[in-house]
Design a protein around this ligand. Structure first.
Ligand SMILES: Nc1nc2c(ncn2[C@@H]2O[C@H](COP(=O)(O)OP(=O)(O)OP(=O)(O)O)[C@@H](O)[C@H]2O)c(=O)[nH]1
Ligand SMILES: [Mg+2]
Length: 507
């Protein structure tokens, strides 16, 4: 009886949060140069490392053609673009055959990077890969690519906007279905288009305001131009506020929902963690105060990424180590997106009213009232209750108002575990939102920072609209700059470095 099978699977790498403080990086912003072809030709293994059937080595830059000619024995005309050709791949210096594989030729600008590119699809053995990479290194003008360099070139060639680049990065890191959908949506450019659309509207506003400043005295400007700007700015502010008021669903989906298991000692918190992740991740024992550290496991729950966190049992203790454990547990509860408060139901008063009052008091001791809105009560050890008492508790607790939803389970017999998992999945889904429906969601703290700055700048327009039009125009201009930083039209090199270094080499 394993109710969690096929529903929950381990999830090893959640998308790392890219937490470099932006404030440090937002100086020295220049217009990003686009369409700059690089003189270097780069190459890298683009498929994963380790033994595999087929490996893909990618080449991009002006010397791509040379590599194709010298390594695939193509002295005459080049192969038709984007068509696979079976060739012997040879070392350009020794003429030794290294492998037989497919070569593909992508002439500029119809390639991922926008530059001349070549792909070698070779056998995936480490020796073959090493030999082909070494051979490429011996072609004049070629060098190994740095992390994210192919994508950076695609960005510089205008093939991808920055939000699409970030979507692509997330797609490569996506561990769960919902993350994949979110990333794909962002990569397809929906978020980028939304910001671009705002940016276009603001550009028109800025043009109007500046024209008004320059020409209104000559009466060359029709009446009501500024009123139009007012309307657009006001609508944009509302749209932006709506967009920012997303309860961080996209960011949560991207980096994982933090679900914290909390409660008194011996309630069965670690047993619950082990039951959910189906392995003995945390030590379970009848000794109160077994768990002292925070135990984390990353899981995929019905397509959503979850970081499940077991904590020390909450009690007063003289032991300094346990006290530190309890402090950390409380800290985690404060940061949690969802808290599972585990209670040993064999310790509850038999009378349901008293039980409800006990639970209310207990909840207060675990978390603030506000936090109780994102909480599930898990009444564990139902196997220790007489059947009648268990049924009464189940029915009557549902009618008590002011208590979070309660699930009755037994980690020993697995009773109630499936219903609990359904409830957990429902909560996680609500916290993340549906990545496919509605307007595209914010996925990065970086976007939030810039959008907040953009909104503040629009407020400056409104503040000075009637008193100092030059300052008001400055507000619109800096709102545009903030949007440009999101889409990558305006950017500090350091920001780009951070974004691209998160990519693997070969992408
Ligand atoms: N009968 C019964 N015992 C359980 C159940 N779940 C856990 N236990 C037992 O309760 C004891 C405490 O379980 P743990 O999972 O270690 O409890 P905990 O809340 O993590 O405890 P601390 O780490 O000390 O805070 C162990 O002896 C478990 O075997 C259950 O559903 N039924
Ligand atoms: Mg424990």
């Amino acid at each position: 009886n394993k109710p969690t099978q096929n529903y929950i699977r381990p999830c090893y790498f959640l998308i790392p949060s890219r937490g470099t403080p932006l404030s440090r990086l937002l100086c020295n912003c220049d217009e990003v140069s686009a369409g700059l072809a690089s003189a270097d030709t780069i190459f890298a293994l683009s498929s994963g490392h380790g033994r595999c059937g087929v490996a893909v080595v990618r080449v991009s830059g002006p010397a791509s053609v040379t590599s194709l000619r010298s390594m695939a024995g193509l002295t005459g005309s080049l192969p038709p673009p984007r068509k696979a050709l079976l060739r012997s791949i040879t070392d350009p210096l020794t003429r030794e055959v290294l492998d037989r594989g497919l070569v593909l030729w992508f002439p500029a600008p119809h390639s991922f990077t926008g530059e001349d590119s070549v792909e070698f699809h070779i056998h995936g053995g480490p020796a073959v890969i090493t030999a082909v990479l070494e051979a490429l290194g011996s072609v004049p003008g070629m060098r190994p690519a740095e992390a994210g360099e192919f994508t950076r070139r695609a960005f510089q060639a205008g093939k991808l906007g920055l939000t699409e680049v970030e979507g692509l990065g997330d797609l490569i890191h996506a561990e769960t279905e919902a993350q994949r959908r979110l990333a794909l949506r962002q990569m397809s450019g929906e978020l980028g288009h939304l910001y671009q659309d705002w940016s276009n509207k603001l550009k028109r506003c800025l043009a109007y305001v500046e024209a008004f400043i320059d020409f209104s005295e000559d009466e060359l400007i029709e009446d009501g131009v500024l009123n139009q700007v007012d309307r657009v700015v006001c609508n944009l502010q509302t749209e932006m506020e709506q967009h920012l008021k997303d309860k961080r669903k996209g960011e949560r989906l991207r980096s994982g929902v933090q679900v914290v298991i909390a409660g008194a000692t011996n309630a069965g918190k670690s047993s619950l963690l082990n039951s959910i992740c189906q392995r003995p991740a945390a030590i379970v024992s009848p000794i109160a105060g077994t768990t002292r550290d925070v135990v984390e496991t990353a899981l995929d729950i019905g397509g959503f990424p979850v970081l499940l966190i077991d904590t020390a049992g909450l009690r007063d203790s003289l032991d300094v180590v346990e006290r530190e454990g309890v402090r950390r547990a409380r800290e985690r509860v404060e940061q949690a997106d969802l808290t599972l408060v585990v209670v040993d139901c064999s310790n509850l008063p038999i009378d349901t009213q008293q039980a409800a009052a006990f639970l209310q008091e207990h909840l207060k001791s675990v978390m603030s009232t506000q936090k109780q809105n994102n909480c599930l009560l898990v009444l564990n050890k139902t196997d220790l209750l007489p059947e009648e008492q268990r049924q009464n508790l189940d029915m009557e607790l549902r009618q008590v108002s002011g208590l979070p939803p309660a699930c009755l389970i037994s980690c020993h017999s697995n009773e109630g575990l499936q219903d609990f998992l359904t409830a957990l999945h429902g909560n996680v889904k609500t916290l993340c939102g549906d990545p496919l429906s509605g307007a595209p969601t914010l996925t990065q703290a970086r976007h939030r920072t810039h959008l907040q700055q953009c909104a503040a700048a629009l407020a400056q327009y409104q503040r000075y609209r009637d008193t100092d039009l030059a300052l008001a125009a400055e507000g619109v201009r800096s709102a545009l700059t903030s949007l440009g930083r999101i889409t990558g039209r305006v950017g500090a090199e350091e920001i780009l470095d951070i974004i691209f270094k998160d990519f693997c080499i070969g992408k």
